[in-house]
Design a protein around this ligand. Sequence first.
Ligand code: KIV
Length: 285
Amino acid sequence: MAKRKTIVDFRNMKAAGEKIVWLTGYDYMTAKYEERAGVDMILVGDSAGNVMHGYKDTYPVTMDEMISHAQAVRRGAPNTFCVGDMPFMSYQTSNEDAILNAGRFIKEADMDCIKLEGYTKPCLERVRAITDAGMVVIGHIGLTPQFAAQMGGNKAQGKSLEATKKLIQAAKDLEAAGCAMILVEGVPAVTGKAVHDAVSVPVLGIGAGSHMDGQLLIFADMVGLYDDFTPKFVKKYANVADEYIRAFTEYAADVRGGQFPDDAVHAYKIAAEEAEAIEAMLAEE
Ligand code: KIV
């Protein structure tokens, strides 16, 4: 069984040019299969709001919901580096709230690290405060859904020289504030490369092109399970939703048609004399 990786392993992987494989996970079963597949990192993302709870965005997600998802993921993947994603209003309010909520991921769900969105001055302060409290932080820039209201929706970012310069500065500021890794989301490949090349910590991408130290995808997108919306950057490796629907439809037909359950196959065994006694009792009634 592979040993749980640490931030030192990820630095070494970057130095060796080995790509880091990252997927989101929100539940016990998925995390178990991700670990079996040898994924390097699991993000317990606040995308759980969309994918698992059916919210239209990530704003309503609470710390308690995130802790419950993180605990389930840890039970499924005890040997995988797991990241707890700080939901909206879990860190924006103060350094103290940020430290306490980041600490909940570590104490209550055995996460290895936390991730938070943004690079405003308060975000940089939160990164510093959480890092100084002894925890590992991943910064998240580019398309950051918790800033969707200010961005005019979840739109690709970094599409001009000016915007790219801002993201480069953001990455440098996050590194200086203590981020151990940086995630870049939803930018053109050339912008992703510019950000990647500006810092020395591992830079991972989701929809940020190939010039990254590793890649992240939302698991439910890449297995074809979440179909409310599929971003351009997703590659689908399976069509699990179709399989679910096929199985549910066949089950419904079997139940309605009396083909399921088949007592010869699916019923519990009973000693012949006990079965006969019960049948005799039924016949007397
Ligand atoms: O919550 C999440 O899954 C994320 C990724 C989309 C980057 O933050």
